[in-house]
Design a protein around this ligand. Sequence first.
Ligand code: FES
Length: 161
Amino acid sequence: MTKPISVAAKTRQIVKKHGGGKSAMIAVLQDIQEAFNYLPKEALKTAAKAMNVPMSRVYEAATFYTAFSLKPRGKHIVKICKGTACHVRGAAILQDRFETTLGIKPGQTTADGNFSLETVNCVGACALGPVVVINADYHGQVTINKVDKIIKKINEEGAQS
Ligand code: FES
């Protein structure tokens, strides 16, 4: 069995891959978030040291972009589009359904760490509204019935892996 890699070791690998320096900061933060689903404090400290930049600069970049999260997030990130086109097509009803099904509000993560719920502005697929993005997958014309099916499918896939 392989030993799990520590946050610091993984972060050093990521910095090494991008070559360090301020110009690589965003790419490093993106990879850290991809690895841990959020930006752990330990990873930010390690990255600052490895890139030889002040922690304040790393923190500034980490908080500037809304795509980055400093809070632990679930394995699957459910983003409900609340842009105008999706709003008029029932995004609020979908949000209610996701909240009820998952038992969490936007900004929260389920106790099993499986799902986080977020609301976002227009994701650029208005014609497909209402749109829900789960991880990198776009789900268009989502209905209340589809919500349960989507969650069930993800849970089944997780049980098989
Ligand atoms: S408003 Fe939802 S994709 Fe544009």
